[in-house]
Design a binder for this molecule. Structure first.
Ligand SMILES: C[S@@+](CC[C@H](N)C(=O)[O-])C[C@H]1O[C@@H](n2cnc3c(N)ncnc32)[C@H](O)[C@@H]1O
Length: 207
C-alpha cells in the first residue's frame, strides 16, 4: 500500500483502533513476559517504538521502567496515545520511519516496530530496517506476523491491502539479506515465536 493510502486508512480507523487499547496492552504485557528469558527488553534504558499507533506497546514499556519515544506519521493515532494519562511521560513525535527520523546515529538502546513491517512493501521495509538500525545501539526488534495464518487475519489483511502475504513468506531471509542505503541493515537476525501467529525478529544493528 502507498504511504498516502496507508496514512488515510489509519487516520480513518484510529477511533476503532483506540477501542482495543487496553486489550492490546494486556497482549503486549504477555509478549514481554514470554520472551523475557531470551530477551529482557526492560533491561535496557531507552526504546523507540516506530509506528507506535495508539501507544499500547509504549505504555507497557514505560510501565517496565524504560524511557520511551513513540513515533508515527498518523496524527489521529498519536492523539489517542497522547490522550491517555498514563502516557504523559512518553515522548510522542509525528514522524515517518521512511523519511529519515530526527535522531542521531545510535540514539536508542532498542528500536521496536510492532505490526508495521507487513503493511509496507519490500523496498519500504528495507528502508525502515536500515533507519531503525542507524538509530539503535543494541537491538532492532520487529514484532510481526509469522507464517501461521488464520481466516480472520487473512480477510483483514486482504482488505487492508498491505504486503502481509509476501511478508509472512519472506520475513526472516529478507531481514538477513537486507541491504539499503549502500550497506547491510543487520549483522544478525534471530527469531523468537511470541504467540500463535507472531514472532519477534530480533536483529543486531550494523556497528
Ligand atoms: C497496524 S498499526 C500498529 C500500531 C501499533 N504498533 C500497535 O501495535 O498497535 C501500524 C502503524 O504503523 C504506522 N505506520 C505506517 N507506515 C509507517 C511509517 N512509514 N513510519 C512509521 N509508522 C508507520 C501506521 O500509521 C500505524 O499506526
Amino acid at each position: 500500500m502507498g504511504e498516502k493510502k496507508s496514512s488515510a486508512l489509519f487516520n480513518l480507523i484510529a477511533p476503532i483502533y483506540g477501542l482495543f487499547y487496553n486489550y492490546q496492552k494486556k497482549r503486549y504485557v504477555g509478549t514481554v513476559e514470554i520472551v523475557k528469558s531470551e530477551m529482557d527488553i526492560s533491561s535496557f534504558d531507552t526504546v523507540i517504538d516506530a509506528g507506535c499507533g495508539t501507544g499500547a506497546l509504549c505504555s507497557v514499556l514505560k510501565d517496565k521502567g524504560m524511557n520511551v519515544t513513540g513515533i508515527d506519521p498518523v496524527i489521529k493515532m498519536l492523539n489517542i496515545a497522547m490522550s491517555k494519562p498514563e502516557n504523559k511521560e512518553i515522548e510522542f513525535i509525528q514522524a515517518n520511519a521512511l523519511d529519515g527520523l530526527p535522531f542521531k546515529q545510535k540514539s536508542f538502546d532498542v528500536a521496536i516496530a510492532s505490526y508495521v513491517a507487513h503493511g509496507l512493501v519490500e523496498e519500504e521495509r528495507k528502508r525502515m530496517y536500515a533507519e531503525m538500525s542507524r538509530i539503535t545501539r543494541n537491538y532492532v526488534i520487529i514484532h510481526d506476523y509469522n507464517n501461521k495464518r488464520s481466516i480472520l487475519t487473512t480477510i483483514v489483511e486482504w482488505l487492508e491491502g498491505g504486503d502481509y502475504f509476501h511478508f509472512i513468506k519472506n520475513a526472516e531471509p529478507e531481514m538477513k539479506d537486507c541491504f539499503s542505503e549502500m550497506k547491510n541493515c543487520f549483522s544478525e537476525v534471530r527469531v523468537i515465536n511470541v504467540g500463535v501467529r507472531a514472532n519477534w525478529y530480533i536483529c543486531k544493528p550494523i556497528k
